[in-house]
Design a protein around this ligand. Structure first.
Ligand code: PMP
Length: 365
């Protein structure tokens, strides 16, 4: 009998149990090949089918036309922080960035190594906290920027863009969607690049999905080291060198699981319902819990809240853990509590959390 807790970790994060079970069942003998998928050549027919299927599932789910490449790269989303400006800004070209938290700050720091970077919007308050995503009227965009970079969901702050800003004419959006990729359907057209580390909404760590429009690939500079040039990976369908085979195979299974549920429309409905339960527990606590996040920017993926005192927060996290609700501690830079409830987090786990929140507030309020 396996012991499974409700896992609220921000990433690596919980994966769909049916996916884990399927991997377990075929782990030592993949589809009668007599070997594991992680022992197979990345050029074998078995792996090629997995690779192609995972790419086509992304295309299908996001409604991507032939004008987009889907790439599977290594190095985490953090590697994209420098690879994007290296390819597109080398020589001091301009890009605008929206500064909405830790990950956006890291992306800006790397971009400054290559280009002329302007912070077009910044949601940091006097206490150093980020509690909203700047909207269009709060942005100061440059007409001659190559792109506008945003973080669609701020994993640590607990904020999310529900309506994407529009880039200045002549430029395009670049989005770090590491913590909310595929939580719902959206129009990819304004995005020149979308990237996401897999370990939250898509699968295990080890692969980063990079979706790039073909005209953007053509803007990339030549003469970069082979492995950091998008042109290398796009031309070889992410098989220039050995790709992260096991994470890609797992991501493929997660995408099939989402499709089996009914696709992204159903996924969005479930995600909104789950987030509604946690925000509901905050709102109905008579002020015991509080959300530090502006209403229009509250994340459906990472719900953050405060208890009346840091001591009560520690007690909350410890007692929740003892009841099988794991990983609820807020990031060390912001404190408080955080429930990461990505696509794969089961509804029952969120219901158990909401019940626990209610009971804890009555006991301690
Ligand atoms: N962007 C966001 C929004 C993230 O949440 C994270 C990881 N928590 C990263 C980037 C960095 O990803 P990686 O660890 O894959 O480099």
């Amino acid at each position: 009998m396996t012991h499974r807790v409700y896992n609220f970790n921000p990433g690596p994060a919980t994966l769909p149990l049916p996916v884990l079970e399927e991997i377990r069942d075929e782990f030592t003998d993949f589809q009668g090949s007599g070997m594991s998928i992680i022992e197979s050549s990345h050029r074998s027919p078995e792996y090629s089918a997995v690779h192609e299927e995972t790419i086509s599932l992304f295309r299908e789910m996001l409604g991507l036309g032939d004008d987009y490449y889907v790439m599977f790269l290594g190095g985490g989303a953090s590697t994209q922080f420098f690879t994007i400006p290296m390819n597109l800004l080398t020589g001091g070209k301009k890009a605008d960035y929206i500064r909405t938290g830790t990950w956006a700050k890291k992306a800006i720091k790397e971009a400054e190594l290559f280009g002329d970077i302007h912070v077009a919007g910044n949601s940091e308050n006097e206490e150093g906290k980020f509690n909203y995503c700047p909207n269009q009227s709060q942005l100061d965009l440059r007409d001659d920027a190559v792109y506008l970079h945003l973080t669609s969901n701020n994993t640590i702050a607990g904020t999310q863009y529900h309506t994407f800003p529009v880039a200045a004419s002549g430029s395009f959006l670049v989005a770090d969607m590491s913590s909310d990729m595929l939580w719902r359907k959206f129009d990819p057209a304004p995005f020149g690049i979308i990237y996401a580390g897999a370990q939250k909404n898509l699968g295990p760590s080890g692969v980063t999905v990079v979706i790039m429009r073909k005209d953007v690939l053509e803007m990339c500079v030549d003469g970069l080291p082979t492995m950091v040039s998008y042109k290398t990976h796009a031309a070889k369908d992410s098989l220039f060198n050995t790709p992260p085979v096991f994470p890609i195979y797992t991501v493929g299974k997660v995408l099939k699981w989402i499709k089996g549920l009914g696709g992204l429309e159903v996924m969005e409905k479930i995600n909104r319902e789950k987030a509604g339960l946690v925000y509901g527990a905050i709102e109905s606590s008579g002020g015991f819990y509080s959300s530090p996040i502006q209403l229009d920017s509250r994340s459906v993926m990472n719900v953050v809240w405060r208890c009346p005192t840091p001591e009560l927060e520690q007690k909350f996290i410890a007692e929740a853990k003892a009841e099988g609700l794991s990983g609820l501690k807020g990031h060390r830079s912001v404190g408080g509590c955080r429930a990461s409830i990505y696509n794969a987090h089961p509804m029952e786990g969120v219901k158990a959390l909401a019940d626990f929140m209610g009971a804890f507030a009555s006991r301690n309020g």
